[in-house]
Write a protein that binds this ligand. Structure first.
Ligand code: NDP
Length: 337
């Protein structure tokens, strides 16, 4: 049973020394318990927050404990009346091969599911985040311009496609020309701007010639600096994530822009709202899954996964994601389905 532990807390960017791979005994399920074999492990930006002990909306991972994470698992052995060997479940087993559970919090998946990893992406937490953040907070109207960064990532790719289904003009921001081409050609965005380009802000201004009505905030940083002057009166801004800042150890360089932000909120009458998906919208999961399953089946919403083989490669893949190396929803294939 390989397990990846949080060995030390990163200062700034995480590095390999912050993780430790250990070989432990495979746990034995007791009465009323199940042995779960991890098939897929989801890697998500929030894990950077859990590595840190700074105050947040969730408890940090304790040192020398298994890194947290959502998993798709196969029931390998069951002493539990409601689960049988071979069942497929969504679990929070973290970065390890095996886990023992008493069934609490497990969500049963269709054991014949053609594509079980989607329960971690477009048909799971990240799809849900895109769906609720855009529709409930963003309130997109036909004809609006919707802008979203990390546009080919797990959340951004769904935000843009759902906005297209609502009749909006969609402008993506992504890292590199290959990702931008994919956003336009495969995901159907109207435009996509590369944030690595030297004249990025000018390109974004040109792409948003009628301003921005909904900015779905995934990254912060220089993308947000370029978006702020483009926001229209009564624009909505769901604040979903700020990945450009997750490794920050101090305030960003440059002049203090707080007054610029609050003035813009006032003058443009912006609606800015943060959200934490399951805390704020947990009760609406069924509404999401019914709608999104239909859209995925009808190929109205397409997905791209970046699947990495082997639990031992999880730390590298995770560190890469914080630098934009993933192309699509990042998932680790841990064991055979
Ligand atoms: P992605 O699949 O989008 O992967 C992260 C991507 O972020 C990278 O591929 C990269 O894309 C982009 N990125 C990284 N660093 C920077 C940077 N400095 N500037 C601009 N872009 C950067 O991840 P997710 O879709 O899972 O998550 C997207 C956001 O949503 C994150 O901020 C995450 O924390 C947040 N989130 C929030 C939830 C909530 O409940 N509030 C739930 C789930 C996610 P590129 O190369 O295109 O720049």
């Amino acid at each position: 049973n390989r397990r990846i532990l949080l060995h030390s807390r990163p200062k700034g960017e995480p590095s390999a020394e912050n993780f430790q791979l250990e070989n432990a005994e495979t746990p034995v399920p007791g009465e009323g318990e199940l042995l779960l074999r991890t098939v897929y492990l989801s890697l998500d930006p929030y894990m950077r927050g859990r590595m840190s002990d700074a105050e947040s909306y969730a408890e940090p991972v304790a040192l020398n404990e298994v890194m947290v994470g959502s998993t798709v698992c196969r029931v390998e052995k069951s002493n539990h009346a409601e689960f049988a060997t071979g069942d497929l479940v969504l679990s929070q087993s973290g970065w390890q091969d095996y886990d023992v559970s008493d069934g609490t919090g497990l969500i049963r998946l269709d054991p014949q599911m053609k594509h079980p990893s989607l329960a971690l992406g477009v048909l799971g937490m990240t799809g849900f985040t895109a769906f609720m953040g855009l529709l409930d907070i963003g309130q997109p109207q036909a004809g609006d311009t919707v802008a979203v960064a990390a546009a080919t990532g797990a959340v951004g790719s769904v935000v843009g496609q759902v906005a297209k289904l609502k009749g909006c003009r969609v402008v993506g921001v992504a890292g590199g020309s290959e990702k931008c081409e994919f956003a336009v050609q495969e995901l159907g965005f109207d435009a996509c701007v590369d944030h690595h380009a030297a004249n990025f802000a000018d390109q974004l201004t040109a792409a948003c010639d009628k301003g921005i009505d909904v900015y779905f905030e995934n990254v912060g940083g220089k993308v947000f600096d370029a978006v702020l002057p483009l926001l229209n009166t009564k624009a909505r801004m769901p604040v979903c994530g700020l990945i450009a800042h997750y490794n920050d150890t101090e305030l960003p360089p440059g002049p203090d822009r707080l007054t610029l932000l609050t003035q813009t909120i006032l003058i443009k009458r912006l609606k800015v709202q943060g959200f934490i998906i399951f805390d704020d919208y947990g009760s609406r999961y069924n509404e999401f899954i019914e709608t999104m399953s239909g859209w995925v089946e009808d190929q109205k919403v397409k997905f791209r996964e970046d699947i990495v083989d082997g639990l031992e490669n999880a730390p590298d893949a995770f560190m890469g994601m914080l630098k934009g190396k993933n192309f699509g929803k990042l998932v680790v294939r841990v064991g055979k389905g």
